[in-house]
Design a protein around this ligand. Structure first.
Ligand SMILES: [Zn+2]
Length: 687
């Protein structure tokens, strides 16, 4: 069922008009001018007439027929093999809620929340009343002292927003020790660079958030002029803070970890905060203990915030709190607010269609109560024989990495021994945990509508539960076998967590085109196997080289080895900087090196395993690898989401990786002069 109210449509039309106006001022780029390869993922770039030769552009040749058939569904900015799998798991989750029943206590929590979310009569009857109570409370604040009482005496989940945040965690410079991190101010725009140089996608985001905030404020009883003034005050405050908030690029380049590690004592934190009640906020509101190890991630941001935190700026601070709050909580209210919020959150995705409730709210419950849903999902959809097959594959891959490390000419024997020790200590979390007891939500209650429960209160209760859990866990080393803090089985994803030296393989990957029980080994190697290899490689990329097997951030290589590694990393960065998806677009190649290194390491590992197999079908393997990166997307989405992403673009993950290996070049007879050829001396594979 597709529902749209007039107001959501109006919101959408305003956004589209703004977007068209922006597009009219700049000439349309020629998207077919990519070098050294055509950007094949981009909608419209590949047609029947496009010449495809696997020696020149393997991603194009291997995926051409599939690309021609692939259609981006309405309401989405892209579609590909990963997205299809995500859509399938979403359907599976929705089916669980619409057709399944709750047996366990935590399943009942999930079903209660789902029932509250889909009960539009109650939600519409309540309207924005719970939010209005909170905005009114902030409006009544008349001095900075009262503002301080708000930030320290109201529980964080009941505050609308706060211009600083903190979290208690194990110290990544010394695992087993704990630290309280103070994070930089959250801004309305996801990249602080947008405040100095607004891009078309930043403009769209700003306009979408502004529109949502304005609609909400007017609905809460503000006049249009008051709403405009409030939003402008919030943005003025953010423009003052933005130069001190790390940009997306700063957060992804080499050296960021060191830059954001700034140890402070309790006294230093109190002093840096000025009139900001930082310690009282941390201890009274968040519930963390009085402690003596702090890390200020962005000291300049804290300094700016403390300069701006004055009685004169009270209205600006209140505006920040209110505007952020109404944007954050719009989705938990009536239908109209929910739809405004949905349109705003999906502004990068082209035309927005509100999905049906089952799809939307099964995902919503999954995001809020991930472990309750995880157990239901695993028991419904995942198979022990798949877990066994992938576990055994991971063991083979560890053996292959042994040899990769042994053969690395830039490491001493001593460092190789440490690398192998780290490799053997990697813990694999494959598909789902064996024991579900640690994943219950003991103590959490979600009241049904009949018991007086509302979505708003349920979401607040979940936040409170999670905050108290985190506060209680502070200082205690978590059980090594725990999956919490990593990821949940329903995720279509794999990842490597350097703090725990774990490789996670999401259950959402299993059962479809990324992996299924019927697949031949060649396909498994080219798809899910490659991803597992990619994740293992993160233990030895530019950040893995600075993290030991216990998750401590220490350099465990000699300076000479590190220099040799960084030289390889620089060559890899230069190689990516020279690539252009279309004329006029460039990026800092260093932002891609961590993921590109992992891609190449993953491929090398799979090729090693392939060598041990008799009659291995290399064509099927390489084509499976290309298919695994199949994607069709809009240029807007490419610019907004894919260019800033730390992963190379999909077609580049195919072409730049394969051309590093003789196994690939020789198998297809690729020679100098072919588009896929890369001379041995120009290759950039680190491992
Ligand atoms: Zn990765």
């Amino acid at each position: 069922m597709i529902r749209k109210t007039i107001s959501a449509l109006t919101a959408l039309m305003m956004l589209l008009t703004a977007f068209v106006a922006a597009a009219e001022t700049a000439p349309e780029p020629d998207y077919t001018t990519g070098t050294p390869w055509l950007y094949v993922d981009l909608i419209g770039n590949v047609t029947e007439e496009t010449e495809a030769n696997l020696k020149d552009n393997f991603a194009l040749a291997a995926n051409k027929e599939k690309l021609l058939k692939l259609e981006i569904p309405t309401g989405y900015p892209c579609i590909g093999i990963g997205e299809e799998r995500v859509l399938q798991t979403q359907k599976d989750l929705a089916r669980m809620f619409t057709e399944g029943t709750a047996v366990t206590r935590e399943a009942k929590l999930a079903f209660n929340l789902y029932a509250l979310l889909t009960d539009w009569d109650t939600r519409n009857a309540i309207g924005v009343a719970p939010l209005k109570e909170q905005t009114d409370a902030v409006e009544r604040i008349a001095s900075l002292d009262e503002m301080n009482r708000y930030f320290t005496e109201v529980a964080p989940e009941e505050q609308l927003a706060c211009p600083w945040s903190c979290s208690g965690e194990e110290d990544s410079t010394s695992m087993g020790q704990w630290v309280i991190s103070i994070c930089w101010s959250e801004l309305l725009l996801s990249d602080s660079a947008e405040y100095a140089n607004e891009t078309p996608s930043g403009k769209k985001q700003r306009e979408a958030k502004t529109l949502l905030a304005k609609n909400m404020l007017v609905k809460l009883g503000y006049t249009e002029a008051e709403a405009d003034a409030k939003i402008e005050a919030c943005l003025s405050f953010e423009r003052l803070l933005a130069p001190t908030v790390y940009t997306m690029e700063e957060q992804t380049v080499t050296g960021f970890e060191a830059r954001s590690t700034n140890p402070r004592t309790r006294e230093e934190v109190a002093e840096a905060g000025g009139r900001i009640p930082l310690l009282a906020y941390i201890e009274k509101a968040v519930g963390l203990p009085a402690f003596d190890r702090y890390n200020v991630l962005a000291p300049e941001n804290l300094a700016a915030l403390s300069r701006l935190y004055t009685d004169e700026n009270l209205e600006m601070i209140k505006s920040y709190v209110i505007v952020h709050g109404v944007i954050d909580r719009a989705g938990d209210l009536d239908r109209e607010s929910y739809e405004w919020k949905y349109v705003c959150d999906h502004v990068d995705f082209g035309e927005v269609t509100i999905p049906d409730d089952a799809a939307s709210f099964s995902q919503y419950v999954t995001d809020r109560l991930p472990w309750a849903v995880a157990r239901l999902y695993s028991e419904t959809y995942l198979k022990p024989e798949d877990k066994e097959r992938l576990t055994s594959l991971a063991e083979d891959m560890v053996a292959a990495y042994h040899r990769i490390i042994e053969e690395a000419e830039f490491l001493s024997d001593e460092t190789k021994a440490k690398a192998i020790d780290k490799l053997e200590s990697i813990r694999f979390l494959i598909l789902y945990p064996d024991d579900w007891t640690p994943y219950s939500y003991d103590g959490l209650e979600i009241k049904t509508a009949a018991e007086g429960g509302t979505v708003y209160d349920a979401v607040t209760a979940i936040w409170r539960y999670k905050r108290l859990q985190k506060a209680a866990a502070f200082g205690k080393v978590p059980e090594a076998t725990l999956w919490t803090g990593v990821s949940t089985p329903q995720k279509v994803n794999c990842n490597y967590d350097s703090r725990n030296n774990t490789v996670f393989v999401g259950g959402g990957m299993a059962g479809g085109s990324m992996y299924n029980s019927e697949m031949r080994d060649e396909e498994v190697y080219g798809k899910i196997g490659f991803y597992i290899g990619h994740e293992i490689s993160h233990a030895f990329d530019r950040s893995g080289a600075m993290t030991d097997k216990n998750g401590n951030r220490v350099q465990w290589w000699t300076d000479g080895e590190m220099a040799a590694f960084m030289e390889k990393n620089r060559k890899l960065a230069d190689y990516f900087s020279a690539i252009h998806p279309w004329e006029g677009v460039s990026w800092n190649g260093d932002t891609k090196t961590g993921e590109a290194c992992a891609d190449m390491g993953g491929m090398k590992c799979m090729l090693m395993l392939a060598k041990e197999k008799e009659n291995f079908d290399y064509d099927l393997f390489f084509r499976s690898y290309a298919e695994c990166h199949l994607l069709k997307l809009t240029p807007e989405y490419a610019m907004a989401a894919k260019f800033p992403d730390v992963h190379p673009l999909n077609y580049l993950r195919v072409n730049t990786v394969l051309q590093q290996f003789d196994e690939f070049l020789d198998f297809y007879g690729i020679k100098e002069g072919d588009g896929m050829y890369l001379a041995p001396e120009d290759r950039v594979n680190i491992w």
